[in-house]
Ligand binder design. Structure first.
Ligand SMILES: NC(=O)c1ccc[n+]([C@@H]2O[C@H](COP(=O)([O-])OP(=O)(O)OC[C@H]3O[C@@H](n4cnc5c(N)ncnc54)[C@H](OP(=O)(O)O)[C@@H]3O)[C@@H](O)[C@H]2O)c1
Length: 243
């Protein structure tokens, strides 16, 4: 069956790697890639399987009404939305007293509210046929990260949303996955740890392959739980911050 898959945050980093990895699958025919950078999205398309039908949508996910109406047009056009992969994220690490309301609201609007909005609109279609939703949280969402209050707590919200939606949507045949990557070599990671050598940590392609497996038939019993994705070496670097 030809499936339709929406991926946010697909202009670079983990979202790009997931798009490239999923494009190797035979059962997904249509890809919808969302992020603000048109150039970034076009670069992602160049690395994907060229046999696929790929639609790029440069769009700010915090323009909630525009996003809702676009998702409605996608669902109507393809007749179903089979997979939604929520990857887009934002981080501006600050301590409590340095966190402005603007920082707090921006972090939550991208990391939490936009997932609520796009998931709601996608599920209107997905519930007719069943499907899979995968949310990208972070290890910062399940353990303390002093100095990253807004980011870490927004990721905790994603873990909680995923667990609740996993049970709420089960009757429609919708599986909800949540992954929490550890430190991964992307632009966002550079914001969180500017002095780190990116060659020493997990690469986006590692996460892409994990997601490809999770969203295959082999991953059918792994929904509804927070799945940590990180290199073994990260687990023993206990005194350093990892996201
Ligand atoms: N890197 C890590 O170590 C790590 C660890 C744990 C979790 N994560 C999570 O993994 C996800 C991907 O992050 P990454 O590390 O790959 O970072 P990244 O390279 O900075 O990518 C972030 C993506 O989000 C998109 N985005 C941000 N704001 C957006 C908005 N308002 N509207 C639409 N798209 C927006 C960006 O696209 P545009 O700028 O083109 O809009 C970009 O594609 C995030 O949720 C992050 O929290 C990352």
């Amino acid at each position: 069956m030809s499936k339709t898959c929406i991926i946010t945050g697909a202009s670079r980093g983990i979202g790009k790697a997931i798009a490239v990895a999923l494009s190797k699958r035979d059962d997904i025919s249509n890809f919808v890639l969302i992020a603000r950078s048109e150039e970034g999205l076009n670069n992602t398309v160049k690395e994907m399987n060229q046999d696929k039908n790929i639609q790029c949508k440069p769009m700010d996910l915090t323009l909630y009404e525009d996003v809702a109406s676009y998702i409605h047009s996608i669902g109507t056009h393809y007749g179903s939305i089979d997979m939604l992969v929520n990857v887009a994220g934002y981080a501006e690490p600050k301590s409590l007293l340095e966190t402005t309301m603007e920082n707090w609201e921006k972090t939550y609007s991208i990391n939490v509210h936009s997932i609520f909005n796009i998931t709601k609109e996608s599920v209107r279609f997905m519930k007719k046929t069943g499907g899979k939703i995968l949310n990208v949280a972070s290890t910062a969402g399940s353990s303390a990260r002093p100095g990253w209050l807004a980011y870490a707590s927004s990721k905790a919200a994603i873990i909680s949303m995923s667990q609740t939606l996993s049970e709420e949507l089960a009757d429609y045949g919708i599986l909800v996955y949540c992954i929490s990557p550890g430190r991964c070599a992307t632009e966002l990671r550079k914001v969180l740890a500017p002095d780190e050598d990116p060659t020493t940590i997990m690469q986006p392609e590692h996460v892409g392959e994990v997601v490809r497996n999770l969203l295959s038939d082999e991953g059918v019993c792994l929904d509804g739980q927070n799945i940590v994705v990180r290199k073994q070496v990260e687990k023993i670097r206990e005194n350093e911050p990892a996201i």
